[in-house]
Design a protein around this ligand. Sequence first.
Ligand code: R5P
Length: 294
Amino acid sequence: MPSTLLLTLPGNEAAGAALAQAAGCRTAAVQLHRFPDGETRVTLPAGLLGCRVVLLCSLDRPDEKLAPLLFAADAARELGALEVGLAAPYLAYLRQDARFAPGQAISARTFCRVLARHFDFVATVDPHLHRYPSLDALFDIPAVRVPAAPAVADWIAARVERPLLIGPDSESEQWIGDVAQRLDAPFRALEKRRDGDADVTVSPLGDGDWHGRTPVLLDDILSTGSTMLAAIERLRAAGLPPPLCVAIHPVLAGEAWARLRSADTAGVVSCNTIAHPSNAIDVMPLLARALPPA
Ligand code: R5P
């Protein structure tokens, strides 16, 4: 059986070490050189002949990462890899899964189609599936969705007494429902309206007996932070204690991290799908299970 070699793209070193350890496979680095004109030279390590190669690249800030990733995938094959897979702890563009206004590109479809042309399989953590029911509807190669819920639930269980899981929008029900079930805790999903990149309104919490509960706000993606901040405000208005905020994918654009850190919360933590100081929950052992045997 071919051995598995994990090749880590720059910026994914910590996740790469954790993933290789959990998967029990060898790991090496992909080197990128940016030329002054903005083009990128990709260099792979030696020894790919006859291996099954898995490229590890979290796809936040995807526009700058996509070209080098595809160059690396094709080079791995040309250098003798028998199979080339992608471990993308965060998969970008899935929120653009419809033509919300005339003329818009349905980026989710194109992005996944491009990846499928260069890789033999894909594994990712909690993709933002909304209008597409599953990864199979977007990829014509094997594509595995790895839920972060077991790691998130274990982390909360070890630190929070009597949690109340709250999601900021209807899509979040899939994540909070799974985590809440594992914790045997109540949950509630709010409703969200977005009128601009950072212009978000969420519905009030509504009635319920939350006495003695510790609110935990959980969302899949923290981007501008506006959704989380609007939900924090709703919980404050409902008289709940400051919530613990948990994100699966800390994309954290612009001032989002600073804004969240100065908000009245019991802390903001994330899964290590994107390297960030908020990383507290290790999902690499879960992602490792989706990779082929070492
Ligand atoms: C979208 O529906 C996602 O689940 C997140 O709620 C969203 O991406 C968060 O974005 P932002 O942090 O910019 O409000």
